[in-house]
Design a binder for this molecule. Structure first.
Ligand code: A5P
Length: 224
């Protein structure tokens, strides 16, 4: 069974936890899109839900299926957010943002009663940092900001290079390579968010609730 099928299996499991009347946070990326497509089917069969999307792409997908989307300025809490991850370690610490939606994803996760994480088994790591850490930075003064990141020994690349990738917030993403045995990601995160120009990092700590891991044979494992 392909990786896509594993992602779909994880997404379908999370759908079982969606209840009538819920206000949902919708994640971004291919696994979340499996979830949104499943949600559209359930909505069209009569499930009553409302949602907020973490990216314009996910919003477009949800809208295409008629899912009622709320105005973010009027919502302060969510029942459930379902989202993917780029890496997740045994303590459920994550790196997210390969799709560039990390800031909105973190806002939705942090205002939810629970964030359900849906992944295929390739996302499980012992130590965070196998993938680059996306850091959202404001375009104004970006060279100085990158200089400061490099002074912390975080070499990396501005996503998109000379035609920088723009997030839905109008910012850039710096993809930083992390040291091979990163022992204290929490302390690195705190250092990074103190740099003027850094909006947030793709580290997600203390946010993951249940983690659904789609297996290649189509079954799922749920970590409570
Ligand atoms: C989007 O910004 C990311 O945080 C995604 O949640 C993450 O990249 C997972 O994406 P896939 O489900 O496509 O692997």
């Amino acid at each position: 069974m392909s990786k896509e099928k594993s992602k779909q299996a994880a997404a379908l499991k999370a759908l079982e936890w969606v209840e009538d009347g819920m206000v949902l946070g919708l994640g971004s990326g291919t696994t979340s899109h499996h979830f949104i497509r499943g949600l559209i089917k359930k909505f069209q069969q009569g499930l009553t839900i409302q949602a907020i999307a973490s990216s314009e792409e996910s919003e477009t997908l949800a809208q295409s299926g008629g899912i009622p989307l709320l105005d973010m300025t009027q919502v302060s809490s969510l029942d459930l957010t379902v989202d993917g991850a780029d890496e997740i370690d045994p303590q459920k610490r994550m790196i997210k943002g390969a799709g560039g939606a990390l800031v909105r994803e973190k806002i939705l996760a942090s205002m939810s009663r629970e964030m359900v994480v849906i992944v295929d088994s390739s996302k499980l790591v012992d130590t965070l940092g196998q993938a680059p850490l996306p850091i959202e930075v404001i375009p104004f003064g970006v060279s100085a900001t990158i200089g400061r990141l490099e002074k912390l020994s975080l070499q990396g690349t501005l996503r998109g290079g000379s035609a920088p990738f723009l997030t839905d917030n109008g910012n850039y993403i710096y993809d930083a390579r992390l040291p091979p045995h990163l022992e204290n990601p929490e302390s690195l995160h705190l250092q990074l968010v103190q740099i003027p120009g850094v909006v947030d990092t793709g580290f997600f700590f203390g946010l993951a609730g249940r983690v659904v891991i789609g297996q290649e044979d189509g079954t799922v494992m749920v970590k409570d």
